[in-house]
Design a protein around this ligand. Structure first.
Ligand code: 5GP
Ligand code: MG
Length: 178
């Protein structure tokens, strides 16, 4: 059990299981992208540990870059608008693999994907460490998923609770006993 701010969290997925799964995902990605020199695009902050672990297990040519997504209220009825900060690479004609920590409602990627497609990459796929299929509001289908999890709040392995917990090695879930 760990305490972060006012909440208690309990181990949900152990580090050994995470490592094994990430290695398996990397093997699958490597096989699918052989000879394609993919550009992994990690979404900060949450994906930095997953992206690093995934990337270091690729032994064929691949590149990595990180972006931050900033969300602000649009003036139209479309709601929040998401913009990418820090995308310096030219992604036209590149094979892009977006690397996310977790897909929850799917709103973030649903809003961001059209901006990626607009720049005419050769292909776009999504790798997420975690997915909460039961929480989905927008139709976003990850191509590579570490773990499908129920709709619970999790921290660790890069994911935070109000800034804390990113450095936890296991994945933790909010405990029922607070
Ligand atoms: P979506 O737009 O898919 O609802 O939101 C995805 C983002 O919400 C993630 O990138 C992450 O920042 C945050 N998020 C969703 N669920 C969780 C969770 O269980 N724990 C943490 N730490 N962040 C979450
Ligand atoms: Mg995130």
């Amino acid at each position: 059990m760990v305490q972060l701010h006012d909440k208690r969290f309990e181990v949900f997925i152990e580090k050994a299981a995470i490592d094994e799964r990430v290695q398996a995902l990397a093997a699958q990605i490597q096989a699918d992208y052989r000879g394609m020199n993919p550009l992994l695009l990690g979404i900060l902050n949450g994906s930095f540990i997953f992206a690093a672990d995934l990337f270091r297990h690729l032994s064929t040519p691949a590149e990595i870059s990180f972006i931050k997504l900033a969300s602000y209220k649009g003036t139209t009825s479309t709601g929040n608008i998401i913009t990418a900060i820090g995308l310096e690479e030219n992604i036209a004609d590149r094979h892009i693999l977006i690397v996310e920590d977790i897909i929850d409602t799917g709103r973030t990627l649903h809003s961001f994907l059209p901006q990626v497609l607009q720049q005419q990459p050769a292909s776009v796929k999504i790798a997420c460490f975690l997915s909460k299929p039961d929480a989905r509001v927008c139709d976003v289908q990850p191509d590579y998923t570490g773990f499908d999890i129920p709709d619970v709040f999790v921290v660790g392995y890069g994911l935070d609770y109000d800034g804390q917990g990113r450095n936890l090695q296991h994945l933790y879930r909010l405990s029922d006993n607070q």
